[in-house]
Design a binder for this molecule. Structure first.
Ligand SMILES: Cc1ncc(COP(=O)(O)O)c(C=O)c1O
Length: 416
């Protein structure tokens, strides 16, 4: 068995750092209390060590990023190699070769694979790179307007698509929206995830709906798996109304749910897919990948891109992403996540699980209890009552069984 922590967490070093941080970081960012947080110092595989030397088993993969485990040696070697050559280039002016290779790799993994599996005829797709999930969503929303001429967007209650203004417009959580409501553009209608609600929203949109954006499995919303016909229904309704189907796979992408992309569980091909988080196993890089004919709604650049950013296509990020994607294929992480699915309690797919608890306070107690036992987990769901489990996909069966035992003890779930 893995050892339980013997010391009190947060330890003295973490608490001192928290006091310092409180003085110099905006108070809204890092939650600080007597029990929270621990300051991470180093990581390897599924383990993280804090500033006091405590070792934790990570069931978060740090927001779903470290799917290959922390500091995966192959990704780190690729990063080191690239650091010696070139850290930064001019993404949309004088780019680096790795941007070409990564865009090609993403095309092959998404629309290229889907065409090979005969889900679609045309395999061609194009990419816009970005730095965060929110920005990839922004790129997808702009693409939808250019491709359809219709500004409206349908998103779902409970959806989380990020917090920059465009993405926040699509995010449904009142908590994030309310303080900024007066500055939100308001192009999104949020509907219940039913055919009737989606059709009604299409019918009543004054200026037309250009896109439906959906998380195939709602992640931050509490790991909600839709009914089996849901995504196929969205595909049908979007086709009828000439609207784009945007799959937000920022959380679910790259094997997390036991398939390369979660839409594959339902054999649905979106027009645009947004990816980020696990793509590089730790560098802030994301992408909006769309069918070539849809992406060609963007005009050819005549010297000034309509949508770009300083760090777009970072050589370091691309090098890490290329190494991460190769490693995911080598380790067949999709099959692994699928195989290990039942070792963690709760609902979900692959290694994306949510255990619904009575309320937020109960969930917080469990998260804190786990931290004291040396296990990192997060609460999720709009009500904060879902224990969310998204470990690195490289986690061992022994580690999973240990974690599952601790979770069952703390949540009083029956043993398997
Ligand atoms: C489904 C989904 N979309 C978008 C985002 C936003 O990504 P980021 O925090 O990198 O901006 C997240 C983040 O959790 C997410 O889970």
């Amino acid at each position: 068995m893995l050892p339980l922590l013997k010391t009190r967490v947060p330890g003295p070093r973490s608490r001192a750092l928290a006091r310092q941080l409180r003085r110099c970081e905006c108070r809204n960012i890092t939650f600080i209390s007597r029990h929270w947080p621990v300051f991470w110092e180093r990581g390897r595989g599924c383990n993280v060590w804090d500033a006091d030397g405590n070792r934790f088993l990570d069931l978060t993969a740090a927001f779903g990023v470290a799917s290959l485990g922390h500091n995966n040696p192959r990704v780190i070697t690729a990063a080191r190699r690239q650091l010696r050559k070139l850290v930064h280039a001019m993404g949309d002016v004088h780019p680096n070769e790795l941007k070409v290779r990564l865009a090609g790799e993403l095309a092959a993994l998404t629309f290229g694979r889907w065409a090979k599996q005969s889900k679609i005829q045309n395999s061609r797709s194009k990419t816009i790179f970005a730095n965060s999930g929110s920005e990839a969503v922004e790129a997808a929303l702009k693409t939808a307007l250019l491709a359809t001429g219709k500004p409206g967007v349908i998103a779902f209650v409970g959806a989380y698509h990020g917090l920059t203004y465009g993405a926040l417009d699509a995010t449904a959580w009142n908590f994030f929206r309310a303080p900024f409501h007066s500055q939100l553009p308001g192009f999104t209608v949020h509907v219940a995830p039913t055919e009737a609600a989606v059709r009604a929203a299409f019918r009543s949109a004054r200026h037309g709906i250009g896109a439906v954006i959906v998380e195939p499995v709602a992640g931050r919303g509490g790991v909600l798996v839709p009914p089996d016909d849901f995504l196929a229904m969205l595909r049908r309704v979007c086709d009828e109304h000439r609207a784009l189907l945007i799959a937000d796979e920022i959380f679910t992408g790259f094997c997390r749910t036991g398939r390369w992309f979660a839409v594959e569980h339902w054999n649905v091909v979106p027009d645009v897919i947004c990816v980020g988080k696990a793509m590089s196993n730790g560098f802030p890089i994301s992408a909006c990948v769309g069918r070539a004919d849809v992406m060609d709604a963007w005009p050819e650049s005549a010297g000034e891109a309509l949508h770009t950013s300083t760090h777009l296509g970072s050589p370091l990020g691309c090098a890490m992403a290329l190494a991460a994607l190769a490693e995911m294929q080598r380790l067949r992480l999709d099959e692994r996540a699928q195989r290990l699915q039942d070792r963690l309690p709760g609902r979900g797919l692959g290694l994306m699980k949510g255990v619904e608890l009575r309320d937020a306070a109960t969930c917080q107690n469990v998260v804190r209890g786990l931290l004291r036992r040396g296990i990192l987990a997060l609460n999720g769901g709009e009500r904060g009552n879902v224990l969310t489990l998204t470990p690195p996909l490289t986690i061992s069966e022994r580690e999973l069984d240990f974690a599952a035992g601790q979770i069952r003890e703390l949540t009083e779930l029956p043993n398997r």
